[in-house]
Design a protein around this ligand. Structure first.
Ligand SMILES: Cc1cc2nc3c(=O)[nH]c(=O)nc-3n(C[C@H](O)[C@H](O)[C@H](O)COP(=O)(O)OP(=O)(O)OC[C@H]3O[C@@H](n4cnc5c(N)ncnc54)[C@H](O)[C@@H]3O)c2cc1C
Length: 396
């Protein structure tokens, strides 16, 4: 190798680290220790105080432009917020949607809708936390969803059912995807779906009913039933029939942000497991002195570092206005795997104590398992990569 090659400058822009944001988020999280989450988990209760603290700090409005009262920061800044929350042992699922669901409104809403809703979403006066896409009978096959919205004068009449609509009991508004043109009457099944902003304060008891699902994690997730709910036509987002495209538009940001939560979880598991492995003495030496204990933790760390690079890449492409579909999907897959493997390593390292709820390991382990399935399952990401990145035939 020549000297010139050996000393060649390496250009690698990993994106900003936003140390000041990390620091501020950490300070908020310090006020919500494991005992807080442990109690909520046992009571299946919503972290009202935590969400209020994040709302007051303005962190939930980081992606809303300044002209609408938000901070107008790039996606990279939002990824850092969610990563830190999860690395601190907290869980952002109770409010993360407030950060990104509004993207559909921001990109496709009318000027009137944006002026009316975005400043109040930025201040937290209005909670836009619920996103109704998934349905019980059609699952991942979104374009087959059965909820219908039929135009009737100045209203749409909505009938159908959503499932796993998280935070519906803690939100004022819901972004709802419903079919406005029957699937038999459209050229492509992605057409004929429309996106609505439903004011749940008015809808509850007037054609909309919400039932909480008793779930494996404390996620405030629900089933929502629509029976002739009248939604003002003024609440249609963008053009009738284009809703599926608007939802897809927002998914890259969502995947990159959820990947950051996974990364935070992985960091938490790795930190806890390494510390415990150094302290716990069995057979006269720390368990972490055994390679069988240290290697899974070290491997999880390698995976988390790699996932972080993909998250940074996805955020950089998104913030530059470039296509980030592949990177966002891969970031989500790699980070979800890293957090799951880190969780498994932590469970094994803690041995029997992993089952004692006061250690928090089992709670985080249950919580991080979700990312293999939602908001998109691992198989569907692999199908995307196989088809759109590698050019193989569509498999679904
Ligand atoms: C706690 C929680 C919160 C959620 N929050 C929301 C929310 O707020 N809003 C919302 O709309 N949804 C939400 N979801 C739903 C979530 O997005 C779906 O559960 C997820 O997309 C998978 O859909 P499904 O459960 O219907 O699984 P299915 O589509 O029934 O799939 C079941 C399994 O089969 C696999 N599979 C299906 N088809 C294929 C194929 N062609 N090739 C290979 N594998 C395949 C899947 O990967 C999966 O592992 C939430 C789910 C949970 C559990």
């Amino acid at each position: 190798m020549s000297d010139a090659e050996g000393s060649a400058a390496v250009s690698m822009d990993l994106g900003q680290d936003h140390a000041e944001i990390r620091d501020a988020v950490r300070k908020i999280c310090d006020r919500f220790p494991g005992t807080y989450w442990h109690r909520l988990d046992a009571e299946s209760a919503y972290p009202t105080e935590f969400v209020a603290a994040l709302t007051e700090s303005g962190f939930l409005g980081v992606l809303i432009p300044e002209e609408y009262g938000g901070s107008g920061l790039p996606l990279r800044a939002a990824t850092v917020v969610l990563e830190e929350i999860h690395a601190a042992g907290c869980n952002a699922a109770a409010c993360h949607a407030q950060m990104y669901i509004m993207g559909a409104l921001l990109r496709h809403g009318s000027v009137e809708q944006k002026r009316r809703y975005l400043p109040k979403i930025a201040s937290g006066e209005l909670r836009l936390q619920a996103f109704g896409v998934t349905e019980p009978t059609t699952g991942s096959d979104t374009t087959q969803l059965k909820t219908r919205a039929v135009r009737d004068g100045a209203f749409y009449v909505v009938t159908g059912q959503k499932i796993w609509t998280s935070r519906a009991l803690h939100s004022d508004l819901m972004l709802l995807l419903a079919r406005t043109t029957p699937v038999e009457s459209v050229r492509r099944r992605t057409e004929g779906l429309s996106l609505f902003l439903v004011d749940m304060r008015e809808a509850k008891g007037n054609g909309m009913e919400i039932r909480k699902i008793d779930a494996m994690i404390n996620h405030g997730t629900t089933e929502v039933f629509f029976d002739q709910l009248r939604v003002p036509a003024a609440n249609l987002i963008g053009k009738e029939g284009s809703g599926f495209r608007y939802v897809l538009d927002g998914m890259n940001a969502e995947r990159t942000l959820i990947a950051s939560e996974c990364l935070g979880d992985a960091r938490w598991f790795i930190r806890k497991a390494s510390a415990y492995a150094g302290e716990r003495v069995v057979f006269g030496r720390p368990i972490g002195q055994n390679q069988g204990v240290q290697f899974p933790i070290a491997r999880a760390h390698c995976e988390a570092e790699a996932a972080e690079l993909m998250i940074r890449k996805a955020a950089a492409l998104f913030d530059a206005g470039q296509d980030c579909g592949a990177a966002a999907n891969m970031a989500k897959l790699l980070a979800a795997d890293a957090s799951w493997h880190a969780g498994e390593a932590a469970m094994q390292t803690f041995g029997g104590f992993a089952f004692a709820r006061e250690y928090e390991v089992e709670r985080k382990w249950r919580e991080t398992r979700l990312y293999q399935i939602a908001p998109i399952s691992t198989n569907l990401i692999l199908a995307y990569v196989a088809q759109h990145v590698l050019g193989m035939p569509r498999s679904y």
